[in-house]
Design a protein around this ligand. Structure first.
Ligand code: XMP
Length: 255
């Protein structure tokens, strides 16, 4: 991700969430957007909104190959969240389809939860990005609740426990909503430069590009603001320019 961002002078990850359509049209529209917007992106992100209608090995794999051909890593926003055996199989399928990283939910814990995901990721030399604080309004009900830390018995916010797990498990990234710059700042203080922050929620969900980067987000995940725009290419360029200026103002460093 770091080398892609530096090469493309962009920290924008496109969330390619298209309105529902026939699989063949979803596929051709995905290619079209990637072909024209790729100069302003550092990576592509897909989620089940694409995998369900198109199919993982029928079409999504071709989108991933297309992204790779344009120099973009591909993230599967799978939010893996089951028992270890199932988690391992899910991660392995996505990696076999070519994804460079998957997102996963630390809520299931390590033993018989996340451990098999990290094991298969290491074996296949891919990444795992952990959810730490989601971008939507209801995030406070789960990620924001106060919980008793199992080890210390202290009351701490759930997201702090998740940030510490991301650090301990040596995750390749942490997701923190761009809609909560104060949480980005707080979580960044825990993760320091060891785990990069990926922030969705810019634009359609109300998050501000400059505030998120200033608070410590390394990468911004942007969907509807680009995909649903009248002119997706110009919009991607504009968001990229603003975000890249903010990165340069912050420290010139990505990661
Ligand atoms: P929009 O259209 O709001 O899309 O720009 C955002 C994209 O990011 C995903 N998303 C999240 N993924 N944790 C995640 O792992 C989050 O907190 C989160 N919030 C949004 C969403 O699925 C969409 O693709």
């Amino acid at each position: 991700m770091e080398s892609s961002a530096r090469r493309k002078k962009s920290n924008i990850i496109l969330a390619l969430d298209l309105p529902s359509d026939k699989p063949s049209r979803l596929l051709s529209r995905s290619f079209q957007i990637l072909d024209s917007a790729h100069p302003y992106l550092c990576a592509l992100k897909l989620n089940r909104q694409a995998v369900l209608p198109i199919g993982l090995f029928n079409g999504v794999q071709k989108i991933v190959q297309k992204a790779h051909g344009l120099g973009l890593p591909a993230i599967m926003d799978a939010k893996i969240n089951d028992i270890g055996n199932t988690n391992r199989a899910i991660a392995q399928y996505y990696y076999e389809a070519g994804f460079d990283a998957v997102t996963a939910n630390p809520f299931v814990g390590w033993d018989e939860g996340m451990q098999p995901v990290f094991e298969v990721a290491h074996k296949m030399k891919r990444g795992v990005i952990m959810l730490v604080y989601m971008s939507h309004k209801g995030a406070v009900e789960g990620y924001g609740q106060m919980v008793q830390d199992v080890a210390t018995h202290q009351l701490v916010p759930q997201y702090r426990v998740f940030a510490e797990k991301a650090l301990k498990w040596n995750a390749d990234g942490a997701v923190v909503g761009a809609t909560y710059p104060e949480k980005i700042r707080e979580i960044r203080a825990v993760l320091r430069d060891k785990v990069s922050i990926y922030s969705p929620g810019v634009g359609a969900q109300g998050g501000d590009v400059e505030a998120a980067v200033k608070a410590g987000a390394s990468y911004l995940i942007v969907g509807r603001a680009i995909v649903d725009a009248k002119d997706p290419i110009k919009t991607a360029e504009k968001i990229r320019d603003t975000a890249w200026q903010s990165v340069k103002r912050r420290s010139g460093k990505i990661g």
